[in-house]
Design a protein around this ligand. Structure first.
Ligand code: B12
Ligand code: SF4
Length: 443
């Protein structure tokens, strides 16, 4: 028996699929592969850079689906099902919107693979696969580690993705993670994480936790255990980390290079509206002191903003860009606020009749990546799209890349940090422009 695992692309430029040059290993498929019994053959294809061999013989296809890959995932599913191959869809999008995904699958898997994926495989073998598996969400990979051999030779960035925790205790209204994990945060056994790091060769790790420091004491336990491993690592963390000096110190000693930090907005009214609690603990007026603490620890930031909140307009978006430039962030993401299904933001905009593209932008043939999918309060949708593109263009311009390098506390703190800065900024610049306006799906 053979199972084929698939990571779908987002969409196309002109008439061919976009090729992601900054692609990373899809960890969820390493988890799925590790749970497949040894006597079953496993094939894995990543639609972001390789052709899916639809005619290759296989017994079952499993596709991981996020909202922005849903359209392409349904196309791939359709192509296999047309050939008589049954398809299972799982991941965040089907879990938050099962009725839609059910139209494109033989079986739906809702929740984390750790709990019932093996049950599904057993049922399939016995000819009794159900239409829907409703699994729990919780601790990542208890007692096992993902299979990373399936990623070999596919040209991924040389960084190992790993999880210590899943979920987040905060309730930001736009965040699909908060909905998927119902505002809960689950941490793994630290010894298992150490074992997983030792079982692979790389010394650079990306903890893809939604908020690595959502539980300070658990994070400290992890950091203490990482110190002897002498790795370097990056992650995602909320800015309230700066309140805890011991946490910061252990973080740096354990090899942290930096984090994706969700600043989201520089306007406290927006922060309140989106319930971005970790940023409001000290209030917006303290972003400066918080950034100073992070810089004093030498951490390079990937500052993430969501633009298009109710108090955003051209001026505020330009001021946000200036804020990012002035702080010489290593990287920054100027994401258009997206109403992801299953979030309170989606429900509110739907109730206020502000959603565009028949309410399902992710399936609409005219929707384009990085375009506004709702009516902002202070500007027209096209203006929001243009303002975000301007922000990305300014921040990623060659002059900005040159100027931002000159931050002695972070980007120029060591040759290694400068190397990260200099190699990834041009790559992200290129990808930013390549992705802009791409259509979803291939057809
Ligand atoms: C790491 C990460 C990235 C990495 C990419 C990693 C990679 N391998 O390519 C980077 C930083 C590049 C990234 C980029 C983006 N990301 Co991202 N990312 C994540 C993050 C933090 C972790 C994903 C992960 O690896 N989790 C670990 C694995 C093991 O868990 P998992 O994916 O949850 O899968 C489990 C279950 O869902 C289930 N499962 C999943 N699939 C399947 C399939 C089957 C068949 C079965 C049985 C089970 C199953 O079992 C798995 C194991 O338990 C998630 C947050 C999250 N919690 O999902 C956001 C997230 C997926 N990203 C998101 C977004 C929006 C983006 C961007 C579009 C942002 C942007 N505007 O540019 C881009 C687009 C990426 C692209 N292709 O260009 C959103 C998606 C929202 C949604 N509803 O779809 C998320 C949920 C973040 C959020 N807070 O909302 N991302
Ligand atoms: S702090 Fe980050 S991960 Fe947590 S709910 Fe808010 S946006 Fe989501």
């Amino acid at each position: 028996m053979k199972i084929t695992l698939i990571k779908p692309n987002i969409g196309r430029q002109e008439h061919s699929l976009y090729v992601d040059e900054g692609r990373m290993e899809p960890l969820q498929l390493g988890v799925l592969a590790a749970l497949i019994p040894e006597d079953i053959e496993v094939a894995f294809y990543d639609d972001r850079m390789e052709k899916i061999p639809f005619n290759e013989k296989t017994d079952l296809v499993a596709i991981t689906v996020e909202t922005y890959t849903a359209r392409r995932a349904y196309e791939i599913s359709g192509a296999f099902r047309k050939r008589g191959v049954p398809v299972v869809l799982g991941g965040m999008h089907p879990t938050l919107l099962p009725e839609e995904a059910a139209l494109h699958a033989d079986a739906l898997y809702l929740g984390d693979a750790e709990y019932q994926w093996q049950q599904l495989i057993g049922d399939f073998r016995n000819g009794r696969m159900k239409k829907r598996y409703q699994a729990e969400v919780g601790v990542a990979q208890p007692g096992f580690i993902p299979r990373r051999d399936i990623f070999k030779g596919k040209g991924y960035l040389p960084i190992t993705l790993m999880q210590f925790s899943r979920g987040c205790r905060y309730a930001c209204t736009f965040c699909a993670v908060s909905s998927y994990f119902d505002k809960k945060h689950y941490t793994r056994n630290v010894r298992e994480v150490v074992h997983e790091i030792e079982a692979q060769e790389r010394k650079l790790v990306f903890f893809v936790d939604d908020n690595l420091i959502a539980n300070h004491e658990a994070a400290k336990e992890l950091f203490r255990a990482l110190i002897p491993l002498r790795i370097r690592w990056v992650s995602q963390a909320s800015i309230d980390m700066t309140r805890d000096p011991e946490l910061m110190e252990l973080m740096v000693r354990s090899g942290c290079l930096g984090h994706v930090v969700g600043f989201e907005s520089i306007d406290p009214r927006n922060l309140k509206g989106m319930k971005k609690a970790p940023n409001l603990i000290r209030g917006f007026e303290h972003y400066d002191s918080q950034i100073r603490i992070i810089k004093d620890h030498g951490l390079q930031l990937w500052a993430a903003f969501t633009l298009g909140h109710d108090y955003d307009d051209w001026d505020s978006i330009r001021a946000t860009t200036q804020f990012a430039l002035d702080n010489k962030f290593c990287f920054a993401a100027f994401n258009i606020l997206m109403p992801y299904p299953g979030t309170p933001l989606y429900d509110r905009l739907q109730a206020e009749k502000r959603l565009l593209y028949d309410q399902k932008w992710w399936l609409h043939p005219e929707y384009r990546f990085n375009h506004a999918s709702f009516r902002p309060a202070q500007m027209a949708p096209d203006e929001l799209t243009a303002a975000c593109f301007e922000a990305r263009s300014r921040f990623n311009s060659p002059a900005s890349i040159f100027k931002r390098a000159f931050d002695l506390k972070t980007n120029m703190r060591s040759l290694y940090k400068l190397g990260i800065y200099a190699s990834y900024n041009p790559l992200f610049r290129k990808e930013t422009f390549k992705k802009q306006g791409m259509k979803f799906g291939l057809h």
